[in-house]
Design a protein around this ligand. Sequence first.
Ligand SMILES: NC(=O)c1ccc[n+]([C@@H]2O[C@H](COP(=O)([O-])OP(=O)(O)OC[C@H]3O[C@@H](n4cnc5c(N)ncnc54)[C@H](O)[C@@H]3O)[C@@H](O)[C@H]2O)c1
Length: 281
Amino acid sequence: MTTERKSPSTELAGAACVVTGGGSGIGRALAHRFAAAGMHVAIGDVEPAALDATVRELGGDEDRVLGVRCDVRSVEDVQRLRDETVKRFGRVGVVCLNAGVAPVGPILDMTLEVWNWVVDVNLRGVIHGVHVFAPLLAEQGSGHLVLTASAAGVIDTPSVGPYGATKHAVVGIASALRSELADKGVGVSVLCPGLIKTRIFESERNRPAGMADPSEGNAASKQYREWIAASGAPPEHVADVVHRAVVENQFFVFPTSDLDAMIESRMADVRQGLAWRDSSA
Ligand SMILES: NC(=O)c1ccc[n+]([C@@H]2O[C@H](COP(=O)([O-])OP(=O)(O)OC[C@H]3O[C@@H](n4cnc5c(N)ncnc54)[C@H](O)[C@@H]3O)[C@@H](O)[C@H]2O)c1
């Protein structure tokens, strides 16, 4: 495995950092953190006002920051994000595939429309990002991919089943990429935060046109919003940890410890499965 190897992407200054979903929360904090590390920053987001606000916060200087309207559900949008970034800034050092949505509720209550939306943004969006950016980094022979999964990618996820399913898939993609890109000079990290104080449980603001609001009258949604307001960690902390992970080429990135017990419980579950097999042999 590659955890001991220093990634060439440690040369951050002067290269570009791409962040999808960079208009808010963790993505916005990543944009700020990598800008502070001397990188040019290209932000893609589906929400124009948040995108523009983040570009302004970063100084709005065309030589330093680029905002691109980019819906990660569209591979053409992601290709445009890549093309505009390369045209403006040249070498791409870090790509944070971070855009995500998180409707809350039991699987039995999930419409197919909601399932498709979550899969399109959280999974297909990451697939598009990998498809478009991984060959570019491999060709450069340098760079680092950061895939935002979640602690929900490695634990049981009652009340956020579709979300957890997509985040497990993102961990799977990152695991395969880590091995496949190791000898191409490209590092891979998978970001698995616990609860972070962002607008993730207000994702319905970005739902597809015509879709009913899945959070309306949904007690679990309200509960998750209160939970995040009460105990979410600051996104800036996540960004600091991700910056260190890129510099040190760390694969699994767990910036918070709030869900450690659930992660341990998953590992115990797997061990129990192995023990059960052996006990019945
Ligand atoms: N906040 C948490 O507790 C937490 C925990 C673990 C993982 N995450 C993950 O972190 C990532 C960022 O979420 P956040 O917590 O900052 O939430 P957020 O809602 O504050 O930010 C998400 C961003 O993604 C954008 N977005 C939504 N749909 C998009 C689309 N189709 N195309 C492009 N952009 C789109 C939104 O406009 C927003 O700017 C997500 O992948 C989320 O699953 C969040």
